[in-house]
Design a protein around this ligand. Structure first.
Ligand code: ARG
Length: 696
């Protein structure tokens, strides 16, 4: 990263500012001299604007090469000189000004003024500049004013931030565009090379957008993929024709889900600045802009509080379409919707899905049985009195669980079977630190599911720390790189997805010789000392895997030799067949898969937090494509999910201080779409098969 220490704002900056000035000078054809001196002085730049009330705007003022532009610019600079001469601090250090642009109303002039300030005097110059309006008054009341002098109002100025100075200082590619958009025209701005290549490093681009008077400008980003850190790569938007810090509307960076960034100016001018430093590049951005009648900014649409316009139908539909929730406030819900207590409306299929969608739990109330009754696992209702009475009132035994009986319980699908074949009624007893079985077998083989870190791309994810998910494996096809994920379950065995190991005409994915497994890997291509590479001895796909339905999507891989566990390589816990992963509980997805639908794979291992989704809610959403060997996890509002390349990897479920392998990444309808959760192979259903094939 190219970052500038703040203290370096001395000589170095003197030179760098010269560079910035060169750009403006080139644009406005004004002549500048640069002095690189050795005394300790700071160049200080102020950008400003002022209204000239005794002039009318003409089209020629939009073109900085026109003689009209140059003539008015000369008048502005000479008047600025006379204004600064009224203040002793400013007069002493003033170097000169350049006019950057004019816009209408009557005429607004935008300029940059430069001062050469001895170290220690900066504050006094700042304060003199902040009361510039008084100086203007003084200047305007001058007795001997030439008759053609400009009448000035609304004088504003602000220092140019250190960040933007640093930004300008390292640039090698500079571009400036000036556009005047007419009503009903839609213009585009985008990063260089978009969409075919990533934007170049060391780039600085300015777009000056204008609209006719009485119009405002709406700028809509449909793609935005920049580096996360705003001080490295960023877009900055100003409600002004030039970059005046006081009129910044927004600065963002990073990745924004599709179509979520809209900026609307209050004036008929806007400036967009894009900067990229020397490090890291990404896909870039694409935005459209249009002029909008200021009186009716959202014709035939709903206007959000944040000025965004959305289709009227999207109001009160349960989705935060505006981004600021303003389309979901003060709603009268439709009869087919859930009316949350807090006034929000939510789609009915979110009721009782285990997730608090309303935000006040309304959608998760009265989900089970009436008061005095309890809800069985099979959704039957039985009286509270029947809990733990030794009789199976539910019909599935769930009213007889967690009753504290450590032995002699009738075995059922819901009870845990100890090594001595006796059953206990404790839910999820394995590896919880308390021996529940008489023979203590529920606490055996518990060296699993822990990492160096307490876990408090994948789409909508973030970088993991090295060693945070030490059971995560990257499966490479030799010579072709990462293809699928997998999980370590023992020193010699991995669990992955059966669909990762199906042959196709080009690659024999089912053959152990095709693959190499990377354990302890954090960054693709970075085989650090913690990374262990292994060839495979065996690949066992589930015999009942169905390539059409993805049913039984699970496979086992045996490494050619066992690995030694380390801080970066350890197994995840396998859940017993009865292990309960209730809807609504938090689970983690990890992988190096695509960070957006159709996008590139991640370099650094990504993680994201999702929730288990109620089975029947999910089966409805997925058009009844689920089998009993699939489970759903995700975020129904969209934006967070596994994606291509994550397949075979773990769905890790925290329980106490350990993680259990709840699922294997299997399939989805696109990635991270609304109401389309990710589908995972239910590992509990294959516990017996895993044991049979691997002994683990
Ligand atoms: N089948 C994909 C793969 O091979 C993984 C799909 C997961 N998709 C999802 N939306 N959760 O990598």
């Amino acid at each position: 990263m190219t970052r500038f220490p703040l203290e370096a704002v001395t000589l170095t900056v003197t030179k760098k500012i010269g560079l910035v000035f060169f750009y403006f000078a080139a644009c406005y054809l004004e002549l500048w001299h640069f002095h690189f001196r050795n005394d300790v002085r700071l160049k200080r730049m102020y950008s400003g604007s002022m209204r000239i009330t005794n002039q009318g705007f003409i089209d020629a003022y939009e073109n900085s090469n026109s003689s009209e532009f140059k003539a008015l610019a000369r008048q502005v600079t000479s008047q600025l000189k006379s204004i600064y001469s009224k203040s002793p601090q400013l007069a002493k250090y003033y170097v000169g000004s350049t006019v950057q642009a004019f816009s209408e109303g009557s005429v607004i002039s935008y300029y940059l003024s430069e001062f050469d300030v001895p170290q220690g005097q900066e504050a006094s110059v700042d304060s003199a500049m902040s009361s510039m309006d008084k100086l203007v008054d003084k200047e305007q009341r001058r007795v001997a004013r030439p008759s053609n002098s400009l009448v000035l109002e609304d004088v504003r100025s602000s220092g140019t931030s250190t960040a933007s100075l640093n930004a300008f200082s390292s640039v090698s590619g500079y571009m400036q565009f000036s556009m005047h958009t007419k009503p009903n025209e839609i213009g585009q701005i985008q990063s260089p090379g978009f969409p075919n290549s990533a934007y170049p490093p060391n780039t600085f681009i300015q777009w000056q957008l204008r609209a006719d008077p009485k119009h405002i400008i709406k700028l809509d980003f449909d793609t935005m993929n920049l580096e996360e850190d705003c001080s490295n790569d960023f877009i900055k938007i100003y409600d002004s024709l030039v970059a005046i810090e006081s009129s910044v509307m927004d600065e963002f960076c990073g990745e924004k889900p599709e179509g979520t960034v809209t900026e609307t100016s209050q004036t008929n001018t806007m400036e967009v600045v894009f900067f990229s430093d020397a490090s890291y590049v990404d896909r870039g951005f694409n935005a459209s802009y249009e002029a909008i009648n200021a009186k009716d900014p959202c014709p035939k649409q709903f206007q959000c509080r944040n000025q965004r316009c959305i289709k009227t139908e999207l109001q009160c539909d349960g989705w935060n379409d505006c981004g600021d929730m303003s389309d979901e406030l003060d709603c009268k819900c439709k009869p087919q919707d859930i009316s949350c207590k807090n006034g929000l409306c939510k789609p009915m299929f979110w009721k009782c899905d285990g997730v608090d969608d309303c935000g006040d739990q309304t959608d998760e109330l009265n989900c089970g049985c009436k008061s005095g009754l309890v809800t069985c696992k099979n959704n039957e209702c039985v009286s509270e009195k029947h809990l733990c009475d030794g009789i199976d009132n539910c019909g599935d035994g769930s009213d007889e669980l967690n009753c504290g009986r450590s032995t002699g319980v009738l075995c059922s699908d819901l009870t845990y079977k100890c090594k001595n074949n006796k059953c206990i009624d404790t839910v999820n007893p394995e590896c919880d630190g308390t021996p529940d079985c008489e023979d203590g077998s529920d606490e055996e083989n518990c060296d699993c599911g822990r990492s160096l870190f307490k876990t408090s791309r994948i789409v909508g994810g973030e970088n993991t720390q090295d060693g945070e998910f030490p059971w995560q494996v990257s499966l490479h096809v030799k010579g072709a790189g990462h293809v699928c994920g997998a999980s370590i379950i023992s020193p010699q065995w991995l669990v992955t997805a059966a669909h990762c190991v199906q042959d196709d005409p080009r690659t024999r994915y089912s053959q152990p010789g095709t693959w190499e497994a990377y354990l302890g890997l954090h960054i693709q291509g970075n085989t650090a000392k913690n990374v262990v590479k292994r060839n495979l001895k065996q690949v066992i796909a589930h015999p009942n895997y169905n390539a059409y339905t993805y049913d039984n999507d699970i496979a086992l891989m045996e490494l050619d030799s066992p690995v030694t566990y380390s801080d970066y390589i350890r197994p995840i816990c396998l859940p017993s067949p009865q292990h309960d992963f209730p809807a609504g509980s938090t689970v983690w997805i990890t992988g190096w898969g695509a960070t957006r639908e159709g996008g590139f794979a991640a370099k650094v291992l990504q993680k994201a937090e999702v929730r288990i989704i109620n089975y029947s809610v999910c089966n409805d959403l997925m058009k009844a494509q689920l089998t009993s060997r699939m489970l759903c996890a995700g975020v129904l509002t969209g934006g967070v999910d596994a994606c291509q390349g994550d397949s075979g990897g773990p769905l890790s479920s925290p329980s106490g201080s350990r993680m259990f392998l709840a699922g294997v990444v299997s399939w989805g309808d696109g990635c991270a779409r609304r109401n389309k959760p990710g589908i995972y192979t239910t590992v509990t259903k294959f516990r017996g098969w895993v044991k049979e094939k691997t002994g683990v």
